[in-house]
Design a protein around this ligand. Structure first.
Ligand code: T3D
Length: 263
């Protein structure tokens, strides 16, 4: 498939998505959003792809909605906000969360607006030490979307979540780490090698179990303990029927490294 606004390559079980509109800090227009949805569908269907890595080209990760698309400088009418959210962002967030494969996000620079929240929808978020996160919506009179009002209170608690969303201030990568919003911070030159190594490691793990962990964790955010205990039992039955479980136990007993295949 011809892709104009992002690159996607699969190597050694890892699908790497690179947002590629660096002149506008990889802000998302409709074409790019559709391309992103397309590669997420492709990754979901591909048995070869066992983990994803998402990053951005240039000095930014993603500056959210391309504002020139929604408010064209020539005064013409842009797409309706409702359509942009419904058809561009919501499907991306749903696909990231529903994909039963681990997604590493390497935030290489500023992540603003929907760009920040797409990062938070990934599973393991790493950031360069010079990266930052901005809930930029309020700065242009909007409310957070792309799951911001869902993820942030759960990740940070209400006081920090509300302050970030209301103030629209830049949060440094180190602050984001201290707030528990992301997993790790690396020096800029180390970010991609670390993210690649992590994605490769995840891709070689029992990825069926990783997908089930993701399913259980997503569900836990909206469940009580009883329902979650039942869910863990059911998912354990699924994991316990896998080739990887048999291999994991056998390798343990034979005192060797397991060879997981994701089934
Ligand atoms: O339809 C809807 O609107 C609903 C959907 C909403 C989802 C959203 O994401 S709403 C939020 C949209 N995003 C923003 O409001 C962020 C706007 N950008 C910024 O605030 C700043 O650019 C940053 C804080 C992200 C980075 O600042 P800085 O100083 O490092 O870079 P810069 O100079 O502002 O930007 C560099 C270039 O990228 C510049 O272009 P130029 O002057 O070099 O030709 C700038 O215009 C462009 N750019 C940055 N963000 C966007 C953008 N162009 C279009 N859309 C952007 N979002």
């Amino acid at each position: 498939m011809n892709r104009e606004h992002l690159r996607y390559e699969v190597k050694d079980g890892v699908g790497r998505i690179t947002l590629a509109r660096p002149a506008v800090l990889n802000s998302l227009n409709t074409a790019m959003a559709r391309e992103l949805q397309g590669v997420l569908d492709e990754a979901a269907q591909s048995a070869e792809t066992r983990a994803l890595l998402v990053t951005g080209e240039g000095r930014g990760f993603c500056a959210g909605q391309d504002l020139a698309e929604v408010v064209p400088p020539d005064g013409s009418k842009g797409p309706e906000l409702r359509d942009v959210i419904e058809h561009n962002y919501n499907p991306i967030v749903r696909k990231l969360v529903a994909l039963e494969k681990p997604i590493v996000c390497a935030v290489n620079g500023v992540a603003a607006g929907a760009g920040a929240n797409l990062a938070l929808a990934c599973d393991v978020v790493l950031a360069a030490s010079n990266a930052s996160f901005v809930q930029a919506f309020v700065n242009i009179g909007l409310v957070p979307d792309s799951g911001g009002t869902y993820f942030l209170p759960r990740l940070l608690g209400l006081p920090r979540a509300k302050a970030l969303m209301m103030l629209g201030e830049k949060l440094s990568a180190e602050q984001a780490l201290a707030f528990g919003m992301i997993y790790a911070v690396h020096e800029p030159e180390r970010l991609l090698p670390e993210a690649e190594a992590l994605a490769a490691r995840l891709a070689s793990m029992p990825t069926l179990a990783l997908g089930l962990i993701k399913r259980a964790t997503n569900a836990s955010l909206a469940s009580g303990l009883d329902a979650q205990l039942d869910r863990e039992r059911d998912l354990q039955v699924l994991a316990g029927g896998s080739h990887d479980y048999a291999e994991g136990v056998k390798a343990f007993q034979e005192k060797r490294k397991p060879r997981f295949v994701g089934r």
